[in-house]
Design a protein around this ligand. Structure first.
Ligand code: TYD
Length: 135
């Protein structure tokens, strides 16, 4: 549920020469990392996401700049602002998400529990809702 989707504070080695953050699968992130992808060169006003995953676990990090993630489990919504390289938003399976409010030059990195699979997506909000609320 939406309460499982939490901002995780990642280890941060502070240093006057520049900070360092590291992430290890299954220890800092509650899944094994099988894929990494990132969004960049996002034009002002653009929205990404707009889908849910059936089984995929993800950790979303603002590597540079900032953006918002709107989570929706079909009942409840919450908007999370990400703007720190040492904070990751864990997104569990069966969670509709939209990303917006990208600052210029922002980079959104996503750690994922599986390889890309179009069959793992709900692309239609109505089919996501019927899966969440079977009548
Ligand atoms: P999509 O998941 O819809 O992007 P968003 O990050 O906005 O949610 O993916 C956009 C396109 O990129 C879509 O055609 C599928 C393709 N894609 C891959 O080929 N591999 C990947 O790992 C990802 C995330 C997307």
């Amino acid at each position: 549920s939406i309460t499982d989707c939490k901002v995780i504070n990642l280890p941060k080695i502070s240093d006057p020469r520049g900070n360092l953050t590291f992430i290890e699968g299954q220890s800092h992130v509650p899944f094994e990392i099988k894929r990494v992808y990132y969004l960049y060169d996002v034009p002002g006003g653009a929205e990404r996401g707009g889908h849910a995953h059936k089984a995929l676990h993800q950790l979303i990090i603002a590597m540079s700049g900032s953006f918002d993630v709107v989570l929706d489990d079909g009942t409840e919504k919450k908007r999370v602002h990400l703007n720190r390289s040492y904070c990751g938003l864990y997104v569990c399976p069966m969670m509709w998400r939209e990303l917006d409010n990208f600052s210029s030059g922002s980079v959104c990195m996503v750690l994922a529990s599986n390889a890309y699979d179009e069959d793992d997506y709900f692309r239609e909000y109505s089919s996501f809702l019927s899966a969440m609320k079977p009548s």
